[in-house]
Ligand binder design. Structure first.
Ligand code: MCF
Ligand code: FE
Length: 404
């Protein structure tokens, strides 16, 4: 048993002062240090530095580790040139990305307080790294393929990867999951099989959705910038699905839709009515010229995620949160900071089906400790000061173990 004490604790009831947490691999009790020490006299007391806030570990719901080698290879600024550059450079980039590189990026995430992440895996290359990383990993096996002719081969390869991720022991902290690449790149027959599979095994499900304007145009009319792309690479000139058909395929199973920048209000309302959620990746959207998601009016739960280094400059959660504060400049900044912390903890944990994300009795003991340089003058601004002044956390705990 351990007891950790910090100046503030971020709880579902807000920030509380003069409290401590008793924990093993789960949270056992929350009370004053004195009461907890009397109750658990054998427990080790961890006194965190002055001006420290104890948060639940942060959760990055959407990242592509296999693309971690990209720094200047891919073209930023506009979605279609980016996608062309991915097709052109993918083999080199994925080949250049070894376990050491991906392990380093997992560690960078950890240093920014990320104790769980959703890793989208195109090829299964990051499996070993995810097994060895101290973090909890929702391992999203990606399904891609719009040509019905290759459907069986692609599905068989996908199933191999799904089975591998399903077979790992609980101690690895990996949970198997499914990622549908997108409406433009996945045939509806494959899509339905994968949704059924996710539902049967109760695996988290996600899909890139309406990321670019070009994607919307293609799905609506088989026109626009995607036309030349599909003619060039896939010898086809008709979209395999449309927006409604794609959305309806997920009707019976809550899904984490990534981006949704170009979804209309009625579509977002529809997704909300079916219990879905959204991963908002503000820097990725900006770098690929996709615009920004209107979180101001969003009625469904959303998280903030980094996406991969294929469309970002770091996997640091504080960098992402600062960018979010800057991009959504019409929202009151203190309230937005609070919403964002909730998005990357409680909301994200519910969406990924994890039992962490809240400092409450019975929850997993995953913590991120943020130490400010001086005493915060106002409790209402704690979330804001946290986001503005932190590059790295001062400690993290996963399942009760100090993990930095
Ligand atoms: O989320 C970003 C942008 N949207 C789509 N795909 C990717 C992103 N980062 C990496 N990708 C990968 C994706 O997993 O790029 C490939 C897929 O393997 C695109 S192939 C159509
Ligand atoms: Fe992505």
């Amino acid at each position: 048993m351990n007891i950790i004490h910090a100046d503030y604790i971020y709880t579902p009831q807000g920030f509380v002062a003069n409290r401590a947490v008793a924990f093993t691999d789960t949270i056992i009790a929350i009370d004053s240090v004195e009461v907890l020490q009397e109750q658990y006299p054998e427990a080790l007391l961890i006194q965190s530095p002055p001006h420290t806030i104890l948060y639940p570990g942060f959760i990055n719901t959407h990242v592509h580790l296999e693309f971690s080698a990209n720094k200047t290879s891919l073209r930023y600024g506009d979605f279609m040139p980016w996608l062309d550059s991915v097709i052109e450079k993918r083999e080199d980039l994925v080949g250049a990305c070894d376990n050491e590189m991906m392990g380093k990026e997992c560690h960078n995430m950890l240093r920014s307080g990320i104790t769980s992440f959703g890793a989208v895996s195109s090829f299964g290359n990051e499996f070993e790294v995810c097994e060895q990383s101290p973090q909890r990993v929702v391992f999203y096996n990606e399904l891609i393929g719009s040509n019905a002719l290759y459907a069986d081969i692609l599905y068989a390869d996908f199933m191999e990867r799904v089975k591998m991720s399903m077979s790992c022991p609980k101690s690895s902290r990996i949970s198997p999951a499914i990622a549908i690449h997108s409406p433009y790149a996945v045939h509806p027959i494959l899509l339905q099989k994968a949704v059924n599979l996710a539902k049967k095994h109760q695996m988290p499900l996600s899909a890139h959705f309406l990321e670019s304007k070009a994607e919307r145009t293609w799905l609506e009319s088989s026109q626009g910038e995607f036309k030349a792309f599909f003619e060039k690479y896939f010898k086809s000139s008709i979209a395999v699905t449309n927006i409604e058909e794609f959305m309806y395929a997920f009707d019976t199973y809550p899904t984490h839709f990534v981006h949704a920048v170009h979804a209309q209000e009625s579509e977002l309302d529809y997704l909300a009515s079916k219990g879905h959620s959204i991963a908002h990746c503000p820097r990725s959207n900006r770098y690929l010229g996709c615009g920004k998601l209107a979180i101001e009016n969003l009625k469904l739960p959303y998280t903030i995620a980094t996406d991969g280094l294929s469309s970002n400059d770091s996997l640091n959660m504080f960098d992402e949160l600062r960018a979010t504060l800057m991009m959504h400049d019409s929202l009151p900044i203190e309230a937005l900071a609070l919403t964002l912390i909730d998005a990357i903890t409680a909301k994200a944990s519910d969406i990924l089906g994890l039992d962490c994300g809240r400092i409450a009795v019975g929850k997993l003991a995953d913590f991120a400790l943020v130490t400010l340089d001086e005493a915060p003058q106002r409790t209402e601004a704690l979330a804001l000061w946290t986001i503005l002044h932190t590059q790295e956390v001062s400690a993290v705990y996963i399942a009760g173990e100090s993990s930095l």
